[in-house]
Ligand binder design. Structure first.
Ligand code: MG
Ligand code: ZN
Length: 253
């Protein structure tokens, strides 16, 4: 889909099974199909152009959201860290005084958007095909389909991936990374871009800490070495530990 992450050609789809109905198809040409761009220098220039175009679109989205008083949060993690579970519980429990809606990014299926709808919030699914991240153009189309209300919160649940989502500005106000204790405490060193870009790191599944070798202090030290102002919040979506702190953060971001 893009040269930046080298994830191959493919199109993304926006799915809306909600009241707004439309399903649209979108694809754009794969840069690697152009023989001019085969060598590394050209590829790097192309990556810069892809990201510059993305940033331009993201800034347009940011302005549009700000005019409506909408706060967008980009939620990123590996697959299975608990993004959707966190959002289900947030939709059911959080007293934010603001409506919440979700744009779900996955390569395939509409499972997660359905889970969010079942929890009681509006959700749009974007399927990225072979793409491994959401980009600003996908989010723009997702927002057109979602039509979030003024003064609301929109969570952009990114494709499960700790690599290239860090590079793509979606027009969000804040980036939240979830890491679960079953994944290991070495992730900030392995995926520094993600932790350098984050505003908040949620450490999920802390109910499993007695059963795994996960050093919360090591994670915090390494992450703050990359990002000194980073807020780190240990939580358990399963038993509810510290979720009120997450709701408080989300309500005031
Ligand atoms: Mg999910
Ligand atoms: Zn990607």
């Amino acid at each position: 889909m893009c040269a930046t992450c080298g994830c191959g050609p493919g199109g993304s789809r926006v799915e809306d099974a909600g009241p707004h109905g439309a399903v649209s198809d979108h694809s754009h040409p794969h840069p690697k199909q152009d023989p001019e761009h085969r060598d590394r220098t050209h590829t790097l220039k192309l990556e810069e152009r892809v990201l510059a175009k993305n940033d331009q679109l993201a800034n347009r989205t940011r302005t549009w959201l700000a005019e409506k008083g909408i706060c967008a949060v980009n939620l990123m993690s590996s697959p299975g860290s608990g993004k959707t579970s966190l959002l289900e519980r947030t939709v059911r429990e959080a007293q934010l005084g603001r409506r919440i809606s979700v744009i779900e990014g996955d390569q395939e299926t509409t499972f997660d958007a359905q889970r969010i709808r079942d929890a009681g919030a509006r959700a749009i699914q974007i399927n990225t095909g072979s793409g491994c991240h959401l980009d600003a153009a996908m989010v723009q189309r997702g927002l057109e389909a979602l039509e979030p209300e003024a003064e609301s919160i929109v969570v952009l649940e990114n494709v499960g991936n700790l690599v290239c989502p860090a590079l793509f500005d979606l027009g969000e106000r804040a980036k939240v990374v979830i890491i679960s204790v079953t994944e290991g405490d070495d992730k900030p060193l392995k995926y520094p871009h993600m932790f350098a870009a984050a505003d908040l790191v949620l450490v999920n599944k802390i109910d499993l800490l007695p059963y795994v070798d996960f050093d919360l202090n090591r994670l915090a030290t390494d992450a703050r070495h990359l990002n000194p102002d980073l807020r780190i919040l240990p939580i358990s979506v399963r038993d509810g530990s510290n979720l009120q702190d997450w709701y408080d953060w989300l309500g005031t971001v």
